[in-house]
Design a protein around this ligand. Sequence first.
Ligand code: PLP
Length: 418
Amino acid sequence: MTSYLTKHRPGRTIFANPGPTNIPDSILQASAVPSIDFTDEDFTNNVYLPCIDGLKRVVKTTDGQIFLNAATGNGAWEAVLVNLLSQGDKILIVEGGFFSDLWGMMARNLGIKVDVLSTNVRTGVDPAELRSLLSKDTAHEIKAVCVVHNETSTGVTVPLADIRKAIDAAGHPALFLVDTISSLASIDFRMDEWGVDGVVCGGQKGLMLPTGLSFAAVSPKAWAATETSTLPKHYFNWRFQIQRIPHKSFAGTIPSHMFFALREALRLIEAEGGVDAVLARHHRLAEGVRRCVQHWGSGDKVVQKEGAPEIFCEDKTRYSDSITAILIPGEGKPAQVKQIAINLGVSLGGGIGKWTQGKIIRIGHLGDNNEASILGVLGVVETALNIAGVPHYAGGVTKALQYYAEQRIAQQTNGHTL
Ligand SMILES: *Cc1c(COP(=O)(O)O)cnc(C)c1O
């Protein structure tokens, strides 16, 4: 593939940013089609509507409705807020990091009052604290609890089932709104089972799409809330969109090319064995990354080596299967490692927001990855640690490949081919 950059980088750069992610060739090719009339019945019945069914399978809903936008994830954030809330309503943002902060800022700019449940961003929210906070809101002023499922800036995934239980235990009627932009199709998410009312979803992360499509999945309870919502809205107005039969989305032209790409992405998911098989692969690949980073940090010892890399997330039960944030001590070291890595053929994410800017690198392992791509990333990062003079125990990559070997052998024992 020709590089779109002026600087020639021989070989194929391994893209390990946590969004956008790698786009599989077959998805790129699927969208290389001539323009069509977007009201064409063949397109509607054979491309568009099957995509909606596929998205419902990915978010695991049968009761929910899907509303799409030609926008990035920010558009879906906005759609969920403006369709469900009114001027002066109060919401609770559960702090997680840069993205939860940004969602809160958007809400304030839209005229919504925002309370923040502060957390230690290296572990994420304690459901018991959420429960106690909601129990004190006896007047039920909080209209929605907003949670980022997987905080892309920290690599912490919060347990949504426990958060649902905390809301129920407080007997609180607030809507449960969840940002799944970096967890969809990469980390277990169950809209109906976990009683999520508004799901915010993006295309260019786990769904492997070119950037520009996002959507919301809306529960019957949330749909009822759209009746009383008075915040100004137009392009994102679901009650307007639903009248556009049969597409029920988009105030203007339907971005048909995105649907050819989406149909292929959904086909790839099914061809791998369905969304659960995709989640299992993400878990396996992520676990290899973690074993590697842990080895860099402490080798076979218990104590962390001074100045060595460390997983940012401090709760082992909340490690993210879509992105690993790695703390690298030393002024300027993360940026140096990131720059060396790109020169060696691996694109990484850096720190973003007040908690992680300048302090971490982020390995995105969501979307279209396999052992080969992940081992390539880890090998290059270990090389970069050497070049940048970051103290570490050598041989982290060996830990990852040993783990992948064990996993494959176990799968073979279970009747799968190697
Ligand atoms: C990427 C991301 C967003 C923002 O989405 P855009 O597509 O960049 O607008 C919001 N939340 C999370 C968790 C993300 O990872």
